[in-house]
Design a protein. Sequence first.
Length: 51
Amino acid sequence: MLSTFMLGGPLSVTALSAWQVRRLRSHRGITLASALGRRPPHGHGLPGGPR
């Protein structure tokens, strides 16, 4: 029972953040790498992206 309380918080936060990243990618085309500034999002005039 104690392990349920100890794991419940981190697992729910992980699930919520995974859902948010998936939603951003599907609705806005933003990937986690582009949100962190590691890679520009598609469609911004760079080679390989839509124009």
